[in-house]
Design a protein around this ligand. Sequence first.
Ligand SMILES: *Cc1c(COP(=O)(O)O)cnc(C)c1O
Length: 392
Amino acid sequence: MEKVRAENKGYFGEFGGSFVPEDLQTVMNELEQQFLRYKDDPEFIEEYKYYLREYIGRENPLTYAENLTERIGGAKIYLKREDLNHTGAHKINNAIGQILLAKRMGVKRIIAETGAGQHGVATATACAMFGMECVIYMGKLDTERQALNVFRMELLGAKVVPVSKGQGRLKDAVDEALGDLVQNYKNTFYLLGSAVGPHPYPTMVKHFQAIISEESKRQILEKEGKLPTAVIACAGGGSNAIGAFAHYIDEEDVRLIGVEPAEAPTLSEGVPAVIHGFKCLTLLDEKGDPKPTYSIAAGLDYPGVGPEHSYLKTSGRGEYVTVTGQVALDAFLLLSKTEGIIPALESSHAVAYAVKLAKELTADDLLIVNLSGRGDKDVEQVFGMLKNKENN
Ligand SMILES: *Cc1c(COP(=O)(O)O)cnc(C)c1O
């Protein structure tokens, strides 16, 4: 995408902004207006809360992982159970929020991009619920690797468009979706899945995911009468992490810890650059292009990250660490055995770091791990990985 200009809003330090062509900027300005108009509107909030409760099944619990805590020794570990949401992850919080906004804007057609398919499924689900036309752009390669998720989206009534341009990957799907939006903006809403992209998306996605920490803060105060030592969440684009951090950012004694895959260490090793219409810490190759990454957790496989995380990192408010796929896999197995909870491979990165940190702390310390999703989607992949290991 050509970089035409930066709007002077939606900045977190030097990060964020909106670097998009003029015609797309007009659409972003309108979206910002509508978001600002409705986000504090009591009727809008009431409707959002209604669907959170009646459709997603919130509030979800903050579960004390007693067996895990006893096994590890050290800090008490609590799990924020986004895995118990309808569709099995945090993404639906944002999908419902944005679709309610689209409804207020009088739009009937929703488009989205998806890589592994999880955001596509959440979007298709919300569209079925609200009777919206749904078009999902997906790299051709990804449609082949994720055939079952394509079928899932189709079951939900969505049209999945395979994109063969470029490398047939997520980036190409994003470009197609943006092209569609510019063409059809009058009746179309682009539902973005993570806290990335041009302003106002990072701010809007944070707003709808902040329900995670709104609940967890109330819950930990009820259970323990004090705030946690640290909140730990995995970071791909950064939406579950920013939602899990939001209500603690001003609580300076609470450590905010984002966990990245060692195979895609955007915040740990990235440099400031503009990708996909916004500025963030980014992994670049020698030619200055976004670097292909590979994580065992498809949802964490992104060379950029949300602008607010980039700012939390450079300002020192947030801590960002890495965990390898192997260590995340061990945590996946450990949580399944000790607590009877199979975590998503993405969330397993956060669990892995919590296990490491808990040992260094005392029983007076509380850790909240954001369990962003359930691992049912990953069981087949883990089966394959364990089998491979046996054979080697
Ligand atoms: C998509 C996904 C993620 C990564 O996305 P973020 O925007 O970084 O939260 C993490 N966990 C699960 C279960 C996911 O589906």
